[in-house]
Design a binder for this molecule. Structure first.
Ligand SMILES: *Cc1c(COP(=O)(O)O)cnc(C)c1O
Length: 389
């Protein structure tokens, strides 16, 4: 029987979600260009330039790889390309994505020591120090720079400093909601593997996983004994020397990535980082006045998490923002479903976008006892609009 099909209408949503994010218009244009084949000299030139620019964003002179995958694929690639079954690793678990390191590491037969931290808190570097003293035989230490599920920023610089006393230890950092928007100079701090993905701070559609390897991590890649095929970076490295990828390249996304990187480098990493920080601080300032409580004890500039005012269900709030105002934010995960709201500060968000978000929240919370703002004029006067550049 034939089903009647009505056209699917997609509103023009504004994404304050911590991935995917608003994509800059010049990037949208680039990724919709006519397709070119990946084994052409034009694509090879694009690929070479993209890898070179990525090194500047990772602040590394080491190897950087682009694989066609989501962020989790790049996390898996980091594991299978550095470690062998049976080896001991320490996973810092500050939330949903820390838990993912734990689950993945176990899946690949690693002996996992879990350093579990309550949601909303960053790991304490003293606890990392103690864990390493207890397990000096650990081969790798896994962490998130920003734990997206809670909006927490972990002290990667301090952890990297502690790691220096363990010359055989690899520090593997998930920087998926951090690279670019938070200071994380890979070589200067001594990070061994850093993982990124296209749809978060890199302002692209989902589909690219990006990894950088230090010299030590690369040696570990050559020595690792576990099976790997699609993820095998040894073959990828070979292909990269000819400015090609091992399998079919994700041509449109890599072309888009090239444009994003030019944009970031033109703006300057420091400017992007201070802008992101200011946006998050101002958002916390404004939402606090409306009765929201910041959820994270160590807030990340890339994403803000809030507990809604008493009596307000986070999920219902999220739905109203989406259906009445066409604004997408994220809710809580697992135990925090309906209990927290997460607002991302990555992507091409404009001052007008923030204006619409704040006004929408004000409309929804008008008359709520926790909301200290009497009217829209008060809101307008409260916000330091200059920071939303
Ligand atoms: C989004 C995200 C991932 C990966 O998610 P995918 O859906 O596989 O792209 C991993 N870690 C963090 C911190 C993230 O924010």
């Amino acid at each position: 029987m034939q089903k009647s099909s009505s056209p699917i209408r997609v509103p023009n949503y504004t994404l304050f979600t911590p991935g995917p994010v608003q994509i800059p218009s010049e990037v949208l244009k680039e990724i919709s260009e006519p397709m070119i084949h990946h084994r052409t000299k034009e694509f090879e030139a694009i690929f070479r330039e993209t890898i070179d620019d990525l090194k500047q964003i990772f602040e590394t002179e080491q190897r950087v790889f682009i694989q066609t995958a989501t962020g989790s694929g790049a996390m898996e690639s980091a594991i299978v390309n550095t470690l062998s079954p049976g080896e001991k690793v320490i996973c810092i678990n500050t939330g949903k994505f820390g838990e993912r390191w734990v689950k993945m590491a176990k899946t690949f037969g690693l002996q996992v020591i879990e350093l579990r931290v309550p949601w909303g808190h960053a790991v304490n570097s003293n606890d990392v120090d103690s864990a390493l003293r207890l397990h000096p035989d650990a081969r790798a230490l896994f962490c998130q720079a920003c734990e997206t599920s809670t909006g927490v920023l972990n002290p990667i610089r301090e952890i990297a400093q502690i790691k220096k006393s363990y010359p055989d230890l690899l520090l593997i950092v998930d920087a998926i909601t951090a690279l670019g928007v938070i200071q994380l100079p890979m070589d200067a701090w001594g990070i061994d593997v850093m993982v990124a993905a296209s749809q978060k701070a890199l302002m692209l559609p989902t589909g690219l996983g990006i990894l950088a390897f230090s010299k030590k991590a690369w040696q570990a890649c050559l020595d690792a004994k576990g099976p790997r095929f699609y993820w095998d970076l040894r073959n990828e490295d070979n292909a990269n020397t000819k400015d090609q990828t091992m399998f079919s390249s994700s041509v449109a996304l890599i072309r888009g990535l090239r444009i994003v990187l030019k944009r970031l480098l033109k703006m300057g990493l420091l400017e992007l980082q201070s802008k992101t920080l200011e946006h998050s601080e101002e958002t916390r300032n404004v939402l606090s006045k409306m009765g929201f409580t910041p959820f994270s004890y160590a807030p990340s500039p890339s994403i803000s998490a809030f507990t809604p005012p008493p009596g307000i269900d986070g999920e219902a709030l999220q739905t109203r923002l989406q259906e009445e105002f066409f604004i997408c934010v994220a809710g809580g995960q697992d135990d925090f479903k309906g209990k927290i709201l997460r607002i991302g500060h990555m992507g091409a968000l404009t001052k007008e976008d923030y204006q619409r978000l704040f006004l929408a929240l004000f409309q929804i919370l008008k008359g709520n006892p926790a909301n200290k703002l009497m009217n829209q004029r008060e809101l307008q006067q409260l916000v330091n609009w200059d920071v939303f550049r």
